[in-house]
Design a protein around this ligand. Structure first.
Ligand code: GLC
Length: 741
């Protein structure tokens, strides 16, 4: 460590002297060293280039992204600590989105577990494996509210609901960061992409977002605020422009909201090159102006573009920015390094860590994958019994692909650890039944039916056809958006061909988004939606199909009937002319010369039922749960009282199983219109056959608050409805009233 730095480290206790040191360190730094701390460079994938080494020696590098070879990382740190002017260690950033080597389900799949503890565990293991490679900063959780399945990045999200996204995002933060970021295996988390990215127009990535401030505050900002309350160390600015002002140059977002209203004092990093892209947006005329706007907004660290290094001095010399502003940004970065314990121990010794992708990690990944799968349909064909089957046709391009089952954003995942459906099913079934595997199509996008015949042969003589179809991982994630979200390629035709054999079909779907199923749903006997389940896809899916485990996943996002319904989400407003639940009359059945108002004048469609195919929170089980006897402790509450809502949940079926009990409210009248339902609590419980449990939820007036038309967070007196059930169509209902004292 640098002498000057050590000298100051002699006087007081480490924590105090480090803080003092940060101040004295900043005072010792030259301007170029300060601008260096605000700059993140891209690594060279396994070696240290002369150029990067030179930049580090010159004090121009505060962080390196995308270097995960631990020897290389240690060499980068050594150069920074021993050969740069002040010996300041580096932040080493990586997208550890849903695992490092052990890959968990994609975040949208993890969200389907509705299990905060499990998700925190998953993040903790991901952090542990990444930290063993020298990574000390992940760019996760992605907490963008996502209500448009055309958008590829819905795969990385935690779904459509502010409350669910807030709870699960905060759990990920706690999993990644632990109770002390300096602990072995803890890494800094990053809530992204601040803010509103999920509203990218037309579901096209990087596109414009236009979100009224009231909607922004009541929906899109909530998960970010929850992450800040969970002490997330960093946030990342979004690529997108928000109401005409790109996030990476948006002072209202980054200062007024984040710093002033929420008192966030951590680090904000730009997205990849998003500062330089401000001129591409047409928000600035040059890189220099982009640097000015981003510094003014308070983007502390510039990811890979180098406008700060290039123009920071000019902007200071021209008095357009102040050294105080720069010092504050540098302090954020140094405090992050301090909290990570990097000044004390910048190097990584892999031997201090447990074995990568060890059995415990893989078992956890299997548990998360099992709990993430959502049963959407079951004509009592599931669970299968290996004793009753002599021949199983296993069909589909995703039934035996250890890479594709991992999903998007798995830079460090390794398919050698993957267990596919085929291998897991063969291991489970053994000699009890014969499994005939046929891909049916070359891949999920193939428009060629040359392999259909093998699949048809396999199905023709089988007792059941298990079809594992969906999307290859490339079809979701960043910049991978689709205007048609049916099963791609000729997979629907493959289902038709197999349906013609009259062999019952169990459809398993691996995908990074909701898939529209109108043309297939009636041709199959069961549908298990597995998202991209990760390394342990095979054992998880096999255990569910054969009843060793019971499906318990619940949708974190609404499934539309067709792409024309998008955006579609359960927490919508009532409108002045709500679509009724009357039977849907398709436009092809409208009588000739129908008078203009003969169909009713409501918020419905002529060519599709207005309700989704599967609602938010939906997921079947092999058993049945009944909800009854809602008790509310009082029916009138003042704002300082707690509302207690209790129900009895009974497992009336034949399987011991988990259920996710969900509580929704409706604020009947507000100074701005309120959603027809809002999720406010959920709890995953386990019930044995015939067991009944009382489930009790507590609400406070804070849970009923919202931003009013003046953008004040408020709780308004009035009547509320409350529902508790197994999805957002819950019917067990009660009412209460909030009164002004
Ligand atoms: C990407 C993504 C962001 C990611 C970053 C670093 O473009 O938008 O989510 O963390 O670049 O890879």
């Amino acid at each position: 460590m640098n002498e000057q730095f050590n000298t100051a480290c002699d006087s007081k206790n480490f924590e105090e002297k480090l803080n003092i040191n940060i101040r004295s360190l900043v005072e010792q730094m030259t301007l170029s060293e300060k601008l260096g701390q605000l700059s993140q460079f891209s690594g060279n994938e396994g070696h240290v280039s002369d150029e990067l080494a030179q930049q580090i020696r010159a004090g121009n590098v505060g962080s390196v992204i995308n270097e995960v070879d631990v020897e290389t990382v240690n060499e980068l740190q050594r150069i920074a600590v021993e050969e740069s002017p002040l010996g300041i260690p580096l932040l080493i950033g990586r997208d550890v989105i849903h695992g490092f080597k052990t890959i968990f389900p994609i975040p949208l799949g993890q969200a389907a577990t509705w299990d905060t503890e499990l998700i925190a565990e998953s993040a903790k293991v991901s952090a542990l494996e990444a930290a063993a490679s020298g990574v000390n900063w992940t760019f996760a959780p992605m907490v963008d509210i996502s209500r448009d399945p055309r958008w590829g990045r819905i795969a990385e999200s935690l779904g459509e609901d502010p409350y669910l996204c807030s709870m699960l995002g905060a759990a990920m933060v706690e999993g990644f960061q632990g109770t002390n970021m300096a602990d072995l295996g803890s890494i800094a988390a990053c809530a992204k992409h601040f803010a509103g990215y999920g509203a990218s127009e037309s579901g096209r990535d990087y596109n414009t977002t236009n979100i009224p401030e009231n909607e922004l505050r009541n929906v899109y900002l909530k998960p970010f605020h929850a992450a800040v309350k969970a002490d997330v160390a960093t946030l990342m600015s979004s690529f997108s422009d928000l109401n005409g002002v790109p996030a990476s140059g948006n002072e209202w977002l980054m200062k007024d909201i984040l710093r002033d209203e929420w008192s966030f004092d951590g680090t904000v990093v730009s997205d990849w090159d998003s500062i330089r892209q401000l001129s591409i947006h047409g928000y600035t005329e040059s890189d220099k102006e982009s640097a000015f706007e981003a510094i003014t907004a308070g983007i502390d660290m510039e990811m890979v573009s180098q406008t700060y290094l290039t123009y920071g001095k000019n902007l200071l010399d021209e008095n357009r920015i102040t050294i105080d502003k720069i010092d504050k940004m540098v302090t954020h970065v140094l405090e992050l390094k301090n909290k990570l314990g990097l000044f004390e121990s910048p190097y990584t010794s892999p031997s201090s860590f447990p074995e990568i992708a060890n059995q415990n990690h893989l078992s956890l990944a299997q548990d998360v994958a099992t709990k993430s799968c959502v049963l959407l349909k079951n004509n009592n064909i599931l669970p299968l019994s290996k004793n009753d089957l002599s021949s199983i046709a296993l069909i589909g391009p995703l039934a035996n692909d250890g890479y594709e089952q991992l999903g998007t954003w798995i830079f460090d995942g390794d398919e050698k650890h993957s267990v596919t459906v085929l291998s897991a099913m063969e291991a489970y079934v053994g000699d009890e039944a014969k499994i005939n595997f046929a891909k049916g199509v070359k891949n999920s996008r193939s428009i060629n039916d040359e392999h259909f015949s093998q699949a048809i042969d396999a199905a023709t003589n089988a007792d059941v056809a298990v079809m594992v179809l969906g999307e290859e991982s490339i079809l979701s994630g960043e910049a991978h958006c689709r205007t048609n979200i049916n099963l791609p390629g000729m997979q629907e035709q493959l289902i038709d061909a197999i349906a013609k054999t009259s062999t019952p079909i169990v459809l398993v779907i691996m995908a990074g988004r909701p898939i529209t199923l109108e043309t297939v749903i009636d041709k199959v006997d069961a549908i298990l939606f597995a998202w991209h389940p990760g390394t342990m896809a095979g054992p998880a899916i096999t255990s569910l199909l054969f009843g060793e485990e019971v499906p318990s996943g619940k949708l974190p996002v609404t499934f539309p009937r067709n792409v024309g319904q998008i955006p579609i989400y359960y927490a919508h407003k009532n409108t002045g002319k709500p679509a009724s639940n009357q039977p849907f009359i398709h436009m092809n059945d409208i009588p000739d010369r129908a008078p203009q108002t003969s169909l009713g004048m409501t918020a419905a469609y002529l060519d599709s039922h207005f309700l989704p195919r599967f609602p938010f929170g939906f997921g079947m089980s092999y058993t049945v749960f009944s909800y009854k006897d809602m008790r509310i402790n009082k029916h009138e509450f003042s704002s300082d009282e707690t509302i207690e809502i209790e129900v009895e949940v009974t497992n009336t079926g034949n399987y011991n199983a988990d259920e996710v009990v969900q509580l929704y409210i409706r604020d009947l009248v507000g100074s701005v219109t309120r959603p027809i339902k809002e999720l406010k609590r959920f709890k995953r419980i386990h019930l044995f056959k015939d067991q009944t449990k009382s489930v009790r939820f507590l609400l406070t007036s804070e849970d009923l608050s919202f931003y009013d038309r003046k953008m004040h967070l408020t709780t308004e007196a009035g009547k509320f409805h409350v529902w508790v059930g197994g999805d957002s169509t819950a019917s067990l209902h009660g009412e209460f009233e909030l009164i002004n004292k």
